[in-house]
Design a protein around this ligand. Structure first.
Ligand SMILES: Nc1ncnc2c1ncn2[C@@H]1O[C@H](COP(=O)(O)OP(=O)(O)OP(=O)(O)O)[C@@H](O)[C@H]1O
Length: 603
């Protein structure tokens, strides 16, 4: 397809506000693309390479300005281009404002590296095609090492020098990843379905497994529905990660019979693609086809991060005996294997140099929570429960092994009981993780989707200031700390209530509303113990009564009616936020506020 045809249609789409019309224009473009269909399906989205391919052009804006300036004439330089950009605000507009094509004598490149050839360098070099643009941009992406920046400018210049105004507009936007003509992934999906008469849900599935709009368009055209349905995941081609929405335990339990609950690891997302050395029967490969294991690791944006994470490669090589695509998190750990904060994993994650040295300083380990492909079988449309079973089988050679002992496996619990989920949350925090994830056990894996099937439990927005009226001495290494703090709120009219907090001599009546034990580090526990110990008025075994003196700010997920506490209410998932040193108990929150929060919306 001539690049001018593409650019003219792109301009029409750019000016079109109606979504349906845009789909129709993209359909027409795909139908007319001929041999260049794959390229056109990518270009129209502003992509040069397939979505799974992390190759980048690696062109800074300045390189592009220089190429534009050179094609625009001897009296234009990159600064002029930049000035026009400041004026016009958009690179396409700037590129379209120059008159290109008069620089035959200056450049010896057509963009395909045929320097010194037939002198085909100017606008007289014939019509530019989308294929020529794609191939030149691939050469440009491959340019590496000394002199590569000059080579990139040369190649780009060769292209701009053959551009009309409308071509220059869309070439510059393509090169700088600023296409922005309103064509999203859904538009291309619908256009492929309309152009080649295939159902859009099947196009969608093919897109999910291949992550390649160009290829899906070609298969839809050349092999129809059958071809699309035959497209599968491929080891070495990352798919988009399934994402989570913010949610609550109570919300999840309303929507699902029971919730899948996992620890939320505080690391970086990884997708592991592993192919063991081939043996007869593995993935249908003939013996000896692949003598060494192949392991690739991709980040959430499908960047290849394999070289930065040798521990993960070693883990895969030692553990996996079947071809697999696994979804998980890589976490930084200390010498005892305890998780370190997220910032630490970042020091390792995209590192390109001195990996061995960085590894000596910070270790990482993978934890996998999902399985997209196992031993030749794609699992995207299987329920979470089955995918997790397959994951466990892949990671554990011994099926009788307790899942908790399986290295690299994220445990998945199922529960419809908020108390049980609360204790998983407490354990997760205690073990140094971020909290919990809630997952619909029946849900399929939807690449790139931020649906309701995965929910990340977010810290609470609403907080209450509660008086600390009791506590318990801890156990084991925490025996010298007070923990599990009893919380109370003020009640202005205690005579009507059923009882009162254990504390007496309070400035006001206090009613218990819950206990908080989670979200508190050892360091903070030591500080809190020092703060509260002088206020102990009675002790009974591990339990202590405290005179009302200290106010905690506490987050929670929900307020519930409950017979357990004297206020008649309980906080679900209470979390310690901090000490309100600026408040004394007489200024703590009241039962009336609790009732308003419970019944009258959050105020
Ligand atoms: N058990 C788990 N299941 C799924 N994701 C997990 C799990 N543990 C940790 N995660 C991480 O949690 C991320 C989602 O939550 P979070 O909000 O913290 O991520 P984010 O990148 O900050 O935000 P967002 O995904 O909303 O852009 C996942 O992408 C994954 O990296």
């Amino acid at each position: 397809m001539e690049f001018a045809t593409f650019a003219t249609r792109a301009a029409t789409i750019d000016a079109e506000p109606a979504d349906l019309e845009i789909v129709d224009h993209v359909r027409a473009l795909l139908e007319a693309a001929g041999e260049d269909l794959e390229i056109v399906a990518r270009f129209v989205q502003g992509r040069v390479f397939p979505a799974w391919d992390s190759t980048t052009l690696d062109i800074g804006p300045r390189t592009c300005y220089e190429a534009i300036a050179r094609a625009a004439g001897t009296n234009v330089d990159a600064d002029d281009v930049e000035e026009r950009l400041a004026d016009r605000g958009e690179i396409g507009d700037v590129a379209a404002s120059y008159d290109f094509g008069g620089q035959q004598g200056l450049g010896a490149f057509t963009g395909r590296g045929d320097a010194g050839g037939d002198g085909n360098t100017g606008s007289n070099g014939g019509e530019l095609t989308t294929r020529e643009v794609a191939e030149t941009l691939s050469d440009l992406a491959a340019a590496d090492g000394a002199g590569s920046q000059d080579r990139k400018v040369d190649l780009l210049f060769g292209l701009f020098n053959r551009c009309s105004s409308v071509e220059a507009r869309y070439l510059s936007r393509l090169v700088l990843s600023e296409m922005r003509i309103g064509v999203g992934e859904g538009t291309v999906r619908d256009a492929i379905a309309a152009a080649f008469d295939v159902p859009d849900d099947r196009v969608e599935r093919a897109l999910q497994v291949s992550n390649d709009y160009g290829r899906v368009a070609r298969v839809a055209r050349d092999a129809g529905l059958e071809g699309l349905d035959a497209m599968d995941l491929e080891i070495g081609r990352p798919v988009q990660a399934m994402l989570a929405q913010a949610g609550t335990v109570m919300g999840a339990l309303k929507d699902w019979d029971e919730a899948g609950v996992e620890w939320k690891y505080d690391g970086a997302r990884i997708q592991l693609h592993h192919e063991p050395p081939s043996s007869p029967g593995s993935n249908g490969a003939p013996a000896g086809a692949n003598d060494a294991a192949t392991t690739r690791i991709y980040s959430r944006n499908m960047e290849d991060v394999t070289n930065a994470l040798p521990e993960v490669v070693e883990f895969a090589e030692e553990t996996l005996e079947q071809p697999a695509i696994l979804d998980g998190e890589v976490v930084a750990v200390d010498d005892a294997g305890e998780p370190l904060p997220f910032q630490e994993v970042l020091k390792r994650f995209r590192r390109k140099h001195d990996v061995a040295k960085a590894r000596e300083e910070i270790s990482v380990r993978p934890v996998f929570f999902d399985c997209l492909h196992a031993a030749g079988e794609d699992l995207l449309s299987e329920p979470l429960t089955r995918r997790h079973d397959r994951l466990e089988q892949l990671l554990s050679a011994d099926e009788n092994l307790d899942p908790a002992a399986v290295d690299g496996l994220s445990l998945l619990w199922f529960s419809d009981d908020p108390e049980a989920i609360e204790s998983i949350d407490a354990e997760a925090l205690e073990a140094g993780h971020e909290g919990i994830m809630l997952k619909d056990p029946d849900s399929t894996y939807s690449p790139g989707r931020r649906g309701k099937h995965w929910r990340k439990r977010k810290p609470d927005i609403e907080t209450l200031d509660c008086v600390v009226t009791g506590a318990e001495w801890g156990e084991g290494r925490r025996a010298t700390f007070l923990g599990t703090f009893e919380l109370s709120v003020r009640d202005g009219d205690a005579s009507e209530k059923r009882g009162s907090a254990r504390s007496t001599g309070a400035p006001q009546h206090l009613e218990t509303i819950g206990k908080v034990a989670t979200g508190i580090t050892d360091e903070t526990l030591a500080e809190l113990t020092a703060l509260l110990e002088p206020h102990i008025v009675a002790e009974d075994g591990q339990d202590v009564d405290l005179e009302p003196a200290v106010v905690f700010e506490v987050g929670y997920e929900e307020i519930q009616s409950s017979p357990t506490y004297s206020s008649g209410y309980a906080l679900r998932f209470p979390r310690f936020v901090g000490v309100r040193h600026d408040k004394d108990p007489a200024e703590a929150d009241t039962l009336e506020r609790v009732q308003r929060l419970r019944y009258g919306g959050r105020r």
